[in-house]
Design a protein around this ligand. Structure first.
Ligand code: OAD
Length: 261
Protein backbone atom coordinates (compact mmCIF):
# COMPACT_ATOMS: atom_id res chain seq x y z
CA UNK A 1 0.00 0.00 0.00
CA UNK A 2 1.31 3.43 -0.91
CA UNK A 3 1.59 6.02 1.80
CA UNK A 4 -0.16 9.36 1.35
CA UNK A 5 2.06 12.41 1.83
CA UNK A 6 -0.16 13.23 4.84
CA UNK A 7 0.70 9.92 6.55
CA UNK A 8 4.40 10.50 6.05
CA UNK A 9 4.02 13.97 7.49
CA UNK A 10 2.17 12.75 10.60
CA UNK A 11 4.76 10.05 11.14
CA UNK A 12 7.53 12.56 10.87
CA UNK A 13 5.85 14.85 13.40
CA UNK A 14 5.37 11.91 15.79
CA UNK A 15 9.00 10.87 15.35
CA UNK A 16 10.30 14.36 16.18
CA UNK A 17 7.93 14.90 19.09
CA UNK A 18 8.78 11.44 20.44
CA UNK A 19 12.50 12.17 20.33
CA UNK A 20 11.89 15.36 22.34
CA UNK A 21 9.71 13.52 24.86
CA UNK A 22 12.28 10.77 25.22
CA UNK A 23 15.03 13.29 25.88
CA UNK A 24 12.93 14.88 28.63
CA UNK A 25 12.35 11.48 30.26
CA UNK A 26 16.01 10.49 30.01
CA UNK A 27 17.19 13.79 31.45
CA UNK A 28 14.59 14.00 34.22
CA UNK A 29 13.16 17.19 32.74
CA UNK A 30 9.63 18.12 33.89
CA UNK A 31 6.81 17.20 31.50
CA UNK A 32 3.20 18.37 31.86
CA UNK A 33 0.03 17.41 30.04
CA UNK A 34 -3.20 19.40 29.83
CA UNK A 35 -6.15 17.29 28.76
CA UNK A 36 -9.70 18.21 27.76
CA UNK A 37 -12.89 16.53 26.67
CA UNK A 38 -11.30 15.20 23.46
CA UNK A 39 -9.24 12.67 25.42
CA UNK A 40 -12.45 10.91 26.48
CA UNK A 41 -14.17 10.98 23.05
CA UNK A 42 -12.93 7.49 22.22
CA UNK A 43 -14.51 6.33 25.49
CA UNK A 44 -17.86 7.50 24.12
CA UNK A 45 -18.09 10.74 26.10
CA UNK A 46 -19.06 13.73 23.96
CA UNK A 47 -17.14 17.00 23.99
CA UNK A 48 -18.60 20.35 25.05
CA UNK A 49 -18.17 22.26 21.81
CA UNK A 50 -18.03 19.57 19.15
CA UNK A 51 -21.60 18.20 19.08
CA UNK A 52 -20.91 14.53 18.42
CA UNK A 53 -23.11 12.91 21.04
CA UNK A 54 -26.48 12.81 22.69
CA UNK A 55 -25.42 12.78 26.31
CA UNK A 56 -25.21 16.46 27.06
CA UNK A 57 -27.95 17.22 24.55
CA UNK A 58 -31.35 17.85 26.09
CA UNK A 59 -29.76 19.48 29.11
CA UNK A 60 -28.93 23.13 29.06
CA UNK A 61 -25.90 22.96 31.26
CA UNK A 62 -25.97 26.75 31.65
CA UNK A 63 -29.27 26.30 33.51
CA UNK A 64 -28.03 23.62 35.89
CA UNK A 65 -24.32 24.18 36.38
CA UNK A 66 -24.66 27.38 38.39
CA UNK A 67 -24.77 28.24 42.09
CA UNK A 68 -28.16 29.95 41.52
CA UNK A 69 -29.66 26.77 40.04
CA UNK A 70 -28.37 24.81 43.00
CA UNK A 71 -29.87 27.24 45.50
CA UNK A 72 -33.25 27.06 43.77
CA UNK A 73 -33.41 23.35 42.82
CA UNK A 74 -30.71 21.31 44.60
CA UNK A 75 -32.60 18.06 43.89
CA UNK A 76 -32.72 18.75 40.13
CA UNK A 77 -29.06 19.67 39.96
CA UNK A 78 -28.08 16.57 41.93
CA UNK A 79 -30.25 14.39 39.70
CA UNK A 80 -28.39 15.71 36.65
CA UNK A 81 -24.99 15.07 38.24
CA UNK A 82 -26.00 11.59 39.40
CA UNK A 83 -26.95 10.82 35.78
CA UNK A 84 -23.70 12.20 34.46
CA UNK A 85 -21.74 10.18 37.02
CA UNK A 86 -23.60 6.97 36.14
CA UNK A 87 -22.93 7.64 32.48
CA UNK A 88 -19.16 8.06 32.89
CA UNK A 89 -19.00 5.06 35.23
CA UNK A 90 -20.43 2.93 32.42
CA UNK A 91 -17.62 4.14 30.10
CA UNK A 92 -14.11 2.68 29.94
CA UNK A 93 -10.79 4.47 29.78
CA UNK A 94 -9.17 4.35 26.34
CA UNK A 95 -5.59 4.01 24.99
CA UNK A 96 -5.03 7.78 25.34
CA UNK A 97 -5.74 7.69 29.09
CA UNK A 98 -3.55 4.58 29.39
CA UNK A 99 -0.62 6.14 27.53
CA UNK A 100 -0.67 9.12 29.91
CA UNK A 101 -0.81 6.78 32.91
CA UNK A 102 2.19 4.93 31.42
CA UNK A 103 4.11 8.19 31.09
CA UNK A 104 3.48 8.95 34.77
CA UNK A 105 4.68 5.46 35.70
CA UNK A 106 8.03 5.89 33.92
CA UNK A 107 8.62 9.59 34.56
CA UNK A 108 8.54 10.93 38.13
CA UNK A 109 8.59 14.52 36.85
CA UNK A 110 5.29 14.25 35.00
CA UNK A 111 2.19 16.27 35.95
CA UNK A 112 -1.17 15.44 34.45
CA UNK A 113 -3.59 18.37 34.51
CA UNK A 114 -7.13 17.75 33.34
CA UNK A 115 -10.19 19.87 32.69
CA UNK A 116 -12.27 16.69 32.68
CA UNK A 117 -14.47 15.66 35.55
CA UNK A 118 -15.04 12.06 34.44
CA UNK A 119 -12.32 10.32 36.47
CA UNK A 120 -11.17 8.26 33.47
CA UNK A 121 -7.51 9.20 33.91
CA UNK A 122 -7.55 7.66 37.38
CA UNK A 123 -9.41 4.60 36.08
CA UNK A 124 -6.60 4.12 33.53
CA UNK A 125 -4.04 4.11 36.34
CA UNK A 126 -2.95 7.75 36.69
CA UNK A 127 -2.29 8.43 40.36
CA UNK A 128 -1.35 12.10 40.41
CA UNK A 129 -4.09 14.00 38.56
CA UNK A 130 -4.66 17.72 38.97
CA UNK A 131 -8.39 18.16 38.40
CA UNK A 132 -8.88 21.80 37.46
CA UNK A 133 -12.65 21.64 37.11
CA UNK A 134 -13.42 19.26 39.96
CA UNK A 135 -14.82 15.74 39.74
CA UNK A 136 -18.17 14.06 39.15
CA UNK A 137 -17.15 11.58 41.85
CA UNK A 138 -16.83 14.08 44.70
CA UNK A 139 -19.12 16.33 46.73
CA UNK A 140 -18.23 19.42 48.75
CA UNK A 141 -19.97 20.54 51.93
CA UNK A 142 -21.45 24.04 51.75
CA UNK A 143 -20.97 24.46 55.51
CA UNK A 144 -17.57 23.01 56.41
CA UNK A 145 -16.00 22.67 52.93
CA UNK A 146 -15.15 18.96 53.31
CA UNK A 147 -14.58 17.25 49.96
CA UNK A 148 -15.52 13.58 49.99
CA UNK A 149 -16.32 10.79 47.56
CA UNK A 150 -19.86 10.16 46.32
CA UNK A 151 -20.90 6.50 46.67
CA UNK A 152 -21.40 5.03 43.18
CA UNK A 153 -25.12 4.33 43.62
CA UNK A 154 -25.97 7.61 45.42
CA UNK A 155 -29.29 9.32 44.72
CA UNK A 156 -30.93 12.61 45.67
CA UNK A 157 -29.48 15.58 47.51
CA UNK A 158 -26.14 14.77 49.16
CA UNK A 159 -25.07 15.70 52.67
CA UNK A 160 -21.70 16.07 54.35
CA UNK A 161 -20.26 12.91 55.95
CA UNK A 162 -18.71 15.01 58.70
CA UNK A 163 -21.15 17.77 59.72
CA UNK A 164 -24.36 16.78 57.94
CA UNK A 165 -24.55 20.05 55.98
CA UNK A 166 -25.88 20.19 52.44
CA UNK A 167 -23.20 19.20 49.94
CA UNK A 168 -22.91 20.30 46.31
CA UNK A 169 -21.15 18.60 43.41
CA UNK A 170 -17.39 19.33 43.60
CA UNK A 171 -17.48 20.84 40.11
CA UNK A 172 -16.47 24.27 38.90
CA UNK A 173 -19.62 26.01 37.72
CA UNK A 174 -20.03 28.92 35.35
CA UNK A 175 -18.41 32.04 36.71
CA UNK A 176 -16.65 30.27 39.59
CA UNK A 177 -12.97 30.22 40.52
CA UNK A 178 -10.92 27.08 40.04
CA UNK A 179 -9.96 25.14 43.20
CA UNK A 180 -6.98 27.23 44.40
CA UNK A 181 -4.73 24.29 45.30
CA UNK A 182 -5.26 22.59 41.92
CA UNK A 183 -4.64 25.84 40.09
CA UNK A 184 -1.39 26.46 41.98
CA UNK A 185 -0.11 22.98 41.19
CA UNK A 186 -1.07 23.36 37.54
CA UNK A 187 0.51 26.78 37.17
CA UNK A 188 3.77 25.58 38.74
CA UNK A 189 3.88 22.47 36.57
CA UNK A 190 3.23 24.52 33.41
CA UNK A 191 5.92 27.05 34.31
CA UNK A 192 8.60 24.40 34.88
CA UNK A 193 7.73 22.02 32.05
CA UNK A 194 10.27 21.44 29.31
CA UNK A 195 7.61 19.65 27.29
CA UNK A 196 3.87 20.26 27.45
CA UNK A 197 1.35 17.93 25.85
CA UNK A 198 -1.96 19.62 25.03
CA UNK A 199 -4.44 16.86 24.36
CA UNK A 200 -8.06 17.05 23.25
CA UNK A 201 -8.86 20.56 24.37
CA UNK A 202 -10.19 23.44 22.29
CA UNK A 203 -8.08 25.73 24.54
CA UNK A 204 -10.87 28.29 24.60
CA UNK A 205 -11.75 28.21 28.28
CA UNK A 206 -9.65 30.28 30.66
CA UNK A 207 -7.86 30.13 33.01
CA UNK A 208 -7.13 26.49 32.01
CA UNK A 209 -6.06 27.41 28.46
CA UNK A 210 -3.68 29.99 29.93
CA UNK A 211 -1.50 27.11 31.16
CA UNK A 212 -0.42 26.49 27.56
CA UNK A 213 0.59 30.14 27.29
CA UNK A 214 2.46 29.98 30.60
CA UNK A 215 4.38 26.88 29.47
CA UNK A 216 5.20 28.28 26.04
CA UNK A 217 6.30 31.63 27.48
CA UNK A 218 8.64 29.79 29.86
CA UNK A 219 10.21 27.98 26.91
CA UNK A 220 8.43 24.62 26.88
CA UNK A 221 8.10 22.67 23.66
CA UNK A 222 4.35 22.28 23.18
CA UNK A 223 3.01 19.14 21.52
CA UNK A 224 -0.65 19.44 20.52
CA UNK A 225 -2.65 16.23 20.07
CA UNK A 226 -5.97 17.01 18.45
CA UNK A 227 -7.55 16.14 15.07
CA UNK A 228 -8.43 19.86 14.75
CA UNK A 229 -6.28 22.89 15.57
CA UNK A 230 -7.08 24.35 19.00
CA UNK A 231 -7.28 28.09 19.63
CA UNK A 232 -3.65 27.93 20.81
CA UNK A 233 -2.33 25.63 18.07
CA UNK A 234 0.02 28.40 17.00
CA UNK A 235 1.99 27.89 20.21
CA UNK A 236 2.67 24.24 19.37
CA UNK A 237 6.04 23.15 18.10
CA UNK A 238 4.49 19.89 16.91
CA UNK A 239 0.82 19.16 16.18
CA UNK A 240 -0.25 15.55 15.86
CA UNK A 241 -3.54 15.69 13.94
CA UNK A 242 -4.93 12.33 15.00
CA UNK A 243 -7.44 11.16 17.62
CA UNK A 244 -5.71 10.97 21.01
CA UNK A 245 -6.33 7.23 21.33
CA UNK A 246 -4.17 6.68 18.25
CA UNK A 247 -1.70 9.53 18.64
CA UNK A 248 -0.57 9.00 22.23
CA UNK A 249 0.23 5.26 21.98
CA UNK A 250 2.10 5.98 18.71
CA UNK A 251 4.01 8.78 20.39
CA UNK A 252 4.95 6.57 23.34
CA UNK A 253 5.99 3.68 21.08
CA UNK A 254 8.09 5.99 18.91
CA UNK A 255 9.78 7.24 22.09
CA UNK A 256 10.51 3.65 23.13
CA UNK A 257 8.21 4.04 26.13
CA UNK A 258 5.39 1.75 27.33
CA UNK A 259 1.81 2.44 26.20
CA UNK A 260 0.16 1.04 29.34
CA UNK A 261 1.02 1.50 33.00
P1 OAD B 1 -14.14 21.24 24.05
O1 OAD B 1 -15.44 20.56 23.76
O2 OAD B 1 -14.12 22.74 24.01
O3 OAD B 1 -13.03 20.75 23.02
C1 OAD B 1 -12.83 19.39 22.75
C2 OAD B 1 -11.62 19.27 21.84
O4 OAD B 1 -11.40 17.88 21.62
C3 OAD B 1 -11.79 19.90 20.44
O5 OAD B 1 -10.67 20.74 20.17
C4 OAD B 1 -11.82 18.70 19.49
O6 OAD B 1 -11.20 18.99 18.22
C5 OAD B 1 -10.99 17.71 20.27
N1 OAD B 1 -11.23 16.29 19.94
C6 OAD B 1 -12.33 15.69 19.46
N2 OAD B 1 -12.14 14.37 19.32
C7 OAD B 1 -10.87 14.12 19.72
C8 OAD B 1 -10.08 12.94 19.84
N3 OAD B 1 -10.55 11.72 19.53
N4 OAD B 1 -8.81 13.07 20.29
C9 OAD B 1 -8.31 14.29 20.63
N5 OAD B 1 -9.02 15.42 20.55
C10 OAD B 1 -10.28 15.34 20.12
O7 OAD B 1 -13.63 20.67 25.43
P2 OAD B 1 -12.59 21.29 26.48
O8 OAD B 1 -11.49 22.01 25.78
O9 OAD B 1 -12.24 20.21 27.43
O10 OAD B 1 -15.50 23.42 31.75
O11 OAD B 1 -13.51 22.34 27.23
C11 OAD B 1 -12.98 23.02 28.31
C12 OAD B 1 -14.02 23.29 29.36
O12 OAD B 1 -15.17 23.89 28.76
C13 OAD B 1 -14.60 22.08 30.03
O13 OAD B 1 -13.75 21.54 31.04
C14 OAD B 1 -15.86 22.61 30.63
C15 OAD B 1 -16.35 23.47 29.49
O14 OAD B 1 -17.04 24.61 29.88
C16 OAD B 1 -16.23 23.32 32.89
O15 OAD B 1 -17.14 22.54 33.03
C17 OAD B 1 -15.79 24.26 33.96
Amino acid sequence: MELEAWDVDVRDVIRQAAARLRRAVDEGEPVAALTGAGVSVESGIPTFRGGGGAFWAGFRSEDLATPEAFRRHPEKVWEWYHQRRQFVMSAQSNPAHKALAALEAVHPHFTLITQNVDGLHQRAGSKRVVELHGSLHQKRCLDCGLISPIPPDAEGVMYCDLCGGVARPHIVWFGEMLPPHAWRQAEEAAARAGVMLVVGTSAQVYPAAGLVEIAAAAGADVIEVNPEPSALAWLARWAIRLPAGEALPQLMRAAGLPTEP
